[in-house]
Design a protein around this ligand. Structure first.
Ligand SMILES: [Zn+2]
Length: 432
């Protein structure tokens, strides 16, 4: 009953949404602590088991890695990187239950966390903890696609891919080399840096991981096919993920700047739009390169799709993306509304402003995005005052950015400290 009530509450707030939308509550101390308690117990067991299963250096190195990764993950939970939210949880539980029906091979001890991260991504830990980024809910089109992503991760989990990569690294002594290399290049956060490298090797879909990706695809698809989801969505989701860009490619029009930065106390200044001169760069060359190397032309995904179609001929026919269920549509909307809170949480204030302006340009939730504009500008002001704006606002980089995003960065870097303060004050006062 309690679940139903919270569902109805969320539903009501979704239907009126906008003006009154309250970002997901992070007052979830008890859920966080109880998760950490069971997670650290799992990690201890994992360490014990791997010492039993692998002797000597393999066992001790493995234990060391699990311990370090576990500690880091616990810190992320403490820093509220995850949303403990009953609406997301019940949707995920429902999907897992549907997958379980004809799939006894799915481990019993699964725990799924939702990360406050706008990138549509998922990963799993050796102990059986799955992480699903909130970005999946806003980027994917329906329940079946989300179930497909989870099935793919289950494929990794069942084939113990993480363990295999770790053993490979330990055997080749690459671990030590990476750590040495990293410590040489940085003085701060030595451990963190070293483990970032390690994690990238585990989770990033590089060429050497292609085989594992294809294995996870086919194992995952078998699980997916055994349940009642629409089969072709397994291919559709790969295409959908391929279309994602970290920074939305939607163009920000010059009129939008004029509309939101022409303030009563501070008239719009055309000079703010002035662009840095990159004529010294061979710009056309970069432009061509950018088009060629963009995420869209990733060969990985088409290879993976071909592989699936070869193994499972029923996937050969093209089917358009299905409509989401009512409960998915609600989560899709919530995840969309959480885009700004998520950027703010990860201190991506520059991207947060850019994204708010895109939403405003589309005429979406005016007051809500104006208030996020204000919040982010306050942070940009503080950073500029403390000479560390570089940390929160990208530098113009014609090689790797769309023209619209470059225009935005030029605009931001052209603003003086006082001008930033006026904008921050205006939107803070206006929306409070
Ligand atoms: Zn994968």
């Amino acid at each position: 009953m309690k679940k139903l009530i919270s569902f109805l509450l969320i539903y009501c707030s979704v239907s009126t949404f906008g003006q009154d939308y309250k970002p997901i509550d992070s007052a979830d101390y008890s859920q966080r602590t109880s998760f950490i308690r069971s997670f650290s117990l799992n990690t201890e067991n994992l360490i014990k088991n791997s010492k039993d299963r692998y002797s000597g250096k393999q066992g001790s190195e493995l234990a060391k890695i699990y311990k370090e990764l576990g500690k880091e993950f616990e810190n992320k939970v403490k820093e509220k990187d995850f949303a403990f939210n009953s609406v997301f949880d019940s949707e995920l539980k429902n999907l897992i239950d549907r997958l379980r029906k004809n799939n006894p091979q799915i481990p019993q001890n699964l725990k799924i966390l939702v990360a406050k991260d706008n990138t549509p991504n998922a990963y799993c830990f050796a102990d059986g903890t799955f992480v699903v980024n909130m970005g999946l809910f806003s980027w994917l089109n329906n329940d079946d696609q989300l179930a497909a992503v989870i099935s793919h991760e289950l494929g990794h989990k069942i084939s113990e891919h993480t363990l295999k990569i770790l053993l490979g690294i330990i055997d080749q002594n690459k671990m030590d080399k990476m750590v040495v290399h990293d410590i040489k290049s940085t003085r701060e956060n030595r451990n963190e840096k070293a483990f970032d490298v390690l994690k990238n090797r585990i989770y990033r879909k590089g060429a050497e991981n292609r085989k594992q990706e294809m294995q996870a695809d086919s194992l995952g698809y078998v699980i997916f096919r055994n349940s009642d989801f629409k089969k072709n969505e397994f291919v559709n989701v790969l295409k959908r993920l391929e279309d994602f860009d970290t920074i939305s490619p939607r163009e920000l029009k010059v009129e939008t700047y004029r509309k939101y930065f022409n303030l009563p106390n501070q008239a719009f200044n055309e000079k703010w739009l002035k662009k840095e001169d990159f004529s010294l760069y061979n710009y056309n060359h970069f432009k061509e390169k950018l088009n060629k190397d963009s995420l869209r032309s990733h060969p990985e995904v088409s290879l993976r799709i071909d592989n699936l179609k070869k193994l499972f001929p029923e996937l050969k026919s093209e089917v358009t993306d299905g409509k989401p269920s009512a409960s998915y549509a609600i989560l899709e909307k919530i995840a969309r509304m959480e885009t700004l809170p998520n950027f703010y949480h990860s201190e991506d204030y520059g991207v947060g402003i850019y994204t708010s302006l895109q939403f405003l340009q589309d005429g979406e939730e005016e007051k809500y995005y104006q208030s996020w504009l204000g919040k982010c500008f306050v942070k940009i002001y503080e950073a500029r005052k403390n000479y560390n704006l570089n940390r929160y606002l990208d530098r113009v980089d014609p090689k790797n950015q769309s023209e619209s995003y470059q225009q935005f960065l030029n605009f931001m870097w052209n603003l003086s400290l006082d001008e930033i303060k006026n904008i921050a004050d205006y939107y803070q006062t206006k929306t409070s």
